[in-house]
Design a protein around this ligand. Structure first.
Ligand code: ADP
Ligand code: MG
Ligand code: ZN
Length: 479
């Protein structure tokens, strides 16, 4: 960033809650159904019908609120947010305004880049229903109401974020949290995790906030990072040119990687919020709150801390816990091993490489953690070298065969038999009497030569650590 400026960023995230039915009716929330299949008079906004609140959605909202250290309002209310758009059949969206279900709270970002851990405070988390979807064709525009009434959680951060990478880190942490809580499936490409980004810049050292632009249409973490970077540069450019930044809503153009104004003067938007008369206030009884609190699973931050006490670095802990499935995989792999760090390393390099290369899910891309654990146990026991194990792992991913069978079949079994190694050493040293004498006379460099000869004599399959040990001993003996 241009020296002398500071970026200020606040995020508004919409996460679809993982319920089977919609927020105020019994229609299915399943993604990908034929258009207008999952609809009823309630979510189509017919007159004369009444909404009934989905209990599961409330429980999930509370779970997320507790995980984000929010104050849970035992009494909150729904509000009507009025605007006109074809995808909003009632002419208003049921949301929460003055009394949201969760207030305050914070998300701590892991300190994986070597920088200090950072806390991003939250303004609020509230429940609301999604709108339908407009589909614009050449002949006409159509509306699909399948998404109308689907439960969303809106999570609003304070403007505490200072860089594009920190914004991505916040989103990753939020994503992990929602996944750990089974609160959302967080599929950006399916729209179950969407993000509006508010960006402003100000002179370094200034305490007042600059005028912000809001960027919509960000459906990947990469675009979030690009859009913020572009927007920061654009705003600094405006200020440097002596102009002002105007408060605008921008769209990100992923093709050209730029932001463009969408509609200005939206400031004047008046949603005419008022309490929803068709729903009673939302009361969360103490015992229910307690029930949800005791059922909370281990969260990413707790898991990270535990991994660090178990000997992993902060970086390793952060990468592994970002995805609950990956963390579970690591733990199951490491459970029978002496060295957890080598298991962590393996998961972060070998396992993630295969997942990334194949684009398949963890369960489909790699062997079971039990099988991977067996392979690493063979490394620990000296039956296979680390490199041999890497080759075996590649094969196991393709064939689904077990670790032992694969190592044997590929001829990767490493000889760790002391007697056999000693015998090979003796043979080599006897044949190289001249060099042995030189070595003992002080040519230390010859040690590597002897190791090489022994490895060669054993077809490259001797355990190098043992070869080193035995050779040291034997060369020391006659000195
Ligand atoms: P609006 O009324 O325009 O929606 P809010 O005050 O509700 O604005 O804030 C929406 C989001 O914008 C929040 O995440 C908040 O942290 C962020 N935000 C507010 N002011 C600024 C600013 N000056 N720069 C960057 N982000 C901001
Ligand atoms: Mg707002
Ligand atoms: Zn419905």
């Amino acid at each position: 960033m241009t020296a002398g400026y500071e970026a200020v960023i606040g995020l508004e995230v919409h996460a679809q809650l993982l319920t089977r039915s919609k927020l105020f009716c019994g229609c299915s929330t399943a993604f990908g159904a034929p258009a207008n299949e999952n609809v009823c008079p309630v979510c189509l906004g017919m007159p004369g019908v009444l909404p009934v609140l989905n209990r599961r959605a409330v429980e999930l909202a509370v779970r997320v609120g507790l995980a984000a250290h929010c104050e849970i309002a035992q009494h909150s209310i729904f509000a009507r947010k009025s605007y006109f758009y074809p995808d909003l059949p009632k002419g208003y969206q049921i949301s929460q305004y003055e009394l949201p279900v969760c207030r305050g709270g914070f998300i701590d970002l892991p300190a994986d880049g070597g920088e200090a851990p950072q806390r991003v405070r939250l303004v609020r988390i509230h429940l609301e229903e999604d709108a339908g979807k407009n589909i614009h064709g050449a002949e006409a525009s159509l509306v699909d109401f399948n998404r109308s009434g689907v439960p969303l959680l809106e999570i609003v951060s304070e403007p505490d974020i200072r860089s594009a990478p920190a914004a991505v880190s916040y989103l990753q942490e939020l994503r992990a949290l929602l996944l750990y809580l089974d609160a959302s499936d967080v599929r950006m490409e399916e729209g179950s995790f969407r993000c509006d980004v508010n960006v402003s810049v100000r002179r370094a050292g200034s305490e007042t906030l600059g005028v912000k632009a809001e960027i919509k249409n960000l459906n990947s973490f990469r675009f979030v990072e690009k859009a913020i970077g572009y927007e920061i540069a654009r705003q600094i450019g405006e200020l440097e040119a002596g102009r002002r930044v105007s408060q605008e809503t921008m769209l990100f153009d992923p093709e050209r990687e730029v932001t463009r104004p969408m509609r200005s003067k939206e400031l004047a938007h008046d949603y005419r919020y008022f309490p929803e008369p068709d729903l009673p206030p939302l009361e969360i009884p103490g015992p229910l709150l307690e029930e949800i609190r005791v059922a909370m699973p281990e969260l990413p931050a707790e898991r990270r801390a535990r991994y660090v006490t178990e000997g992993l670095s902060g970086y390793e802990a952060a990468v592994l816990t970002r995805d609950r499935g990956l963390a579970d995989y690591y733990e199951a792999t490491a459970s029978g091993l002496r060295n957890r760090k080598s298991a962590a390393n393996w998961v972060m390099t070998e396992v993630l490489r295969v997942v990334n290369e194949t684009g398949r899910s963890l369960a489909k891309a790699v062997p079971s953690p039990a099988e991977t654990g067996r392979l690493l146990a063979m490394v620990e026991g000296g039956t296979v070298s680390l490199n041999g194990a890497k080759n075996a792992f590649q094969a196991m991913c393709r064939t689904q065969q077990g670790a032992e069978a694969t190592v044997a079949e590929l001829g990767l079994t490493q000889v760790s038999d002391d007697a056999k190694i000693a015998e090979a050493c003796d043979r080599v040293l006897a044949a190289e009497a001249q060099r042995v004498a030189e070595y003992r006379g002080g040519r230390d460099k010859l040690f590597g030569f002897f190791v090489g000869q022994v490895m060669k004599a054993m077809g490259g399959r001797a355990n190098p650590r043992l070869v080193n040990e035995v050779l040291k001993r034997k060369l020391g003996e006659g000195a």
